[in-house]
Design a protein around this ligand. Structure first.
Ligand code: SAM
Length: 388
C-alpha cells in the first residue's frame, strides 16, 4: 500500500501536544507548523490517527502536488488524477480549500473547478458522475493552493475531529473538545490523582479528562469519518482497530473527577454530555459556587475556565471572581496544583498568586494562557507579592 504524506491539522498553539500524541502512536514527525504536523503513512494509517488523536482537527492524506498558475492549469492537473479509483460514481464529494493565488478572486471558483475536474473525469470513465455539495459527511477533498503551488488531499476526517459525538448540549462559551484535551494534557493529568473542575459549563474539561484517564480513544463514539467513503475502505481492518482501542481502555482511574457550576442548567447539560460519553458513573457533578466545590484529600489538580469577558462592564464584574479564585486556591486547595485558563491577562493578575508556568494557547483568535499555580502551604503568604 502506497505511503504518502499525511498532514494532521490542529488549532494554533496545540501542535506540541499533537506531536506528543503522534509520537505515542509511532508516527514520525516530518515537519511541524503552528497549526499542523506532517508525517507519512498509508491510507489505512489514517484510520488509527482519526480514532485516537485528541488534539487534531483533521487528518489529510496527500493525493497529488503540482504547480498551477490559474484555474485552467488546476483543472488540467486534477483531471489526471484517477478519481474513479477512489470515489464511487454514485457517491458524493465536498471540496474544501485554502486558496491564495493572484488569479483567483473568490476561492469558491477554485472549489468549483476542482469539483468539475473530479466529476468530469468520473463521468467520462464511468458514464455517471457523483453528486457534490457542502456536506462533509462523505468524501471530502481539500485543496491547498498558495502562489502556484497546489497540494490536494483527501480529508479523511470529514467532519472536524473536535466533534466527538458526546456534546449534545453546548451551553454558553463551551471550550472546543480538542482544546480541552490539550489543556488536560498540559496539566499532566493521565488518570492519576483528583481532577476538580469548578465552573465546568458543559463539562468539556471533565469529560476530556475522563476519556484521557480511561485511555479511551477520542473518536470511539463517532460512527462517521471521511475515509469510510473512499473506495477500497477496509471495514474489517477498521473493526479490528476499534476492537483494539476498546481492549486498551481502562474501566476506572486512580482518583476522582468532580465537576461543578453555579448554574443548574449547565450541570444538567454537563451530566447529559457525560452520560453520552459513557462517563456518568465516573464524574461527580454538583451545583454550587466554585468556592464551595469539595476538594477531596489526596491532592491532584483544580482546573478552572472562568469567563474572561469582552465588554468592560463585564470585565469589572469578573475582577471579584478572579480575586476569589486566588482566595479559594489559598484557603481550600492546599496540596493541589491549580490551573486557570483565561484570555485576559489583566484579570489573571487579580488572582494575586505567582504562576509557576504560563502555557500559551489560542481560543479561536484570542491568545489565552493556562496558568499553573503550586498550592503548597507556603503559598498562603504569596498574595499580591507577585503577579502572574
Ligand atoms: C467559560 S464557561 C466554562 C466553559 C466550559 N469550560 C465548557 O467547556 O463548557 C464559565 C462557566 O463558569 C460558570 N460560573 C460563573 N460564575 C461562577 C461561580 N461564581 N461559581 C461557579 N460557576 C460559575 C458559568 O456558569 C459558566 O458555565
Amino acid at each position: 500500500m502506497e505511503r504518502r504524506r499525511i498532514l494532521v491539522t490542529c488549532a494554533k498553539g496545540i501542535a506540541p501536544f499533537l506531536k506528543e500524541e503522534m509520537a505515542g502512536l509511532g508516527f514520525p514527525v516530518m515537519a511541524e507548523t503552528v497549526a499542523g504536523i506532517a508525517t507519512e503513512g498509508t491510507i489505512n494509517d489514517t484510520m488509527r490517527l482519526n480514532l485516537y488523536l485528541r488534539t487534531a482537527h483533521r487528518v489529510l492524506f496527500l493525493i497529488r502536488e503540482f504547480r498551477a498558475v490559474n484555474a485552467e492549469e488546476l483543472y488540467d492537473a486534477l483531471s489526471e488524477v484517477a478519481w474513479e479509483e477512489h470515489i464511487a460514481e454514485d457517491g458524493y464529494v465536498c471540496i474544501t480549500s485554502s486558496v491564495d493565488n493572484p488569479s483567483i478572486k473568490d476561492s469558491r471558483y477554485a472549489n468549483v473547478r476542482c469539483k468539475d475536474a473530479i466529476v468530469d473525469r468520473i463521468r467520462e470513465r464511468r458514464g455517471r458522475r457523483p453528486d457534490s455539495g457542502p456536506s462533509k459527511d462523505r468524501v471530502v477533498v481539500n485543496l491547498y493552493w498558495k502562489g502556484d503551488s497546489c497540494s490536494v488531499y483527501f480529508d479523511t476526517s470529514g467532519e472536524t475531529l473536535s466533534v466527538r459525538g458526546y456534546r449534545k448540549i453546548p451551553m454558553t462559551a463551551p471550550m472546543q473538545e480538542t482544546l480541552a484535551a490539550a489543556v488536560v494534557m498540559a496539566s499532566g493529568w493521565r488518570g492519576n490523582g483528583n481532577f476538580i473542575n469548578p465552573m465546568c459549563g458543559s463539562g468539556t474539561l471533565a469529560i476530556e479528562a475522563g476519556l484521557i484517564g480511561l485511555n479511551r480513544a477520542a473518536g470511539i463514539l463517532r460512527s462517521n469519518f471521511g475515509f469510510m467513503h473512499l473506495k477500497g475502505f477496509d471495514r474489517s481492518l477498521w473493526n479490528d482497530i476499534r476492537a483494539d482501542a476498546r481492549a486498551g481502555a481502562k474501566k476506572s482511574f486512580n482518583g476522582r473527577i468532580v465537576a461543578t457550576d453555579i448554574r443548574r442548567s449547565a450541570v444538567e447539560a454537563a451530566s447529559k454530555n457525560a452520560a453520552t460519553a459513557g462517563l456518568e458513573h465516573l464524574i461527580e457533578f454538583g451545583v454550587c459556587d466554585y468556592s464551595e466545590t469539595v476538594i477531596p484529600d489526596g491532592g491532584g489538580l483544580v482546573v478552572l475556565n472562568p469567563e474572561y469577558g469582552e465588554r468592560m462592564g463585564k470585565v469589572r464584574e469578573l475582577e471579584g471572581v478572579y480575586k476569589g479564585i486566588g482566595d479559594y486556591f489559598k484557603q481550600k486547595c492546599l496540596g493541589y496544583t491549580g490551573y486557570v485558563f483565561t484570555g485576559n491577562p489583566e484579570l489573571a493578575k487579580k488572582i494575586g498568586l505567582r504562576a509557576k508556568r504560563k502555557i500559551p494557547f489560542y481560543n479561536g483568535a484570542i491568545e489565552c494562557k493556562l496558568l499553573e499555580y503550586d498550592l503548597y502551604e507556603g503559598s498562603r503568604g504569596n498574595r499580591n507579592t507577585e503577579m502572574p
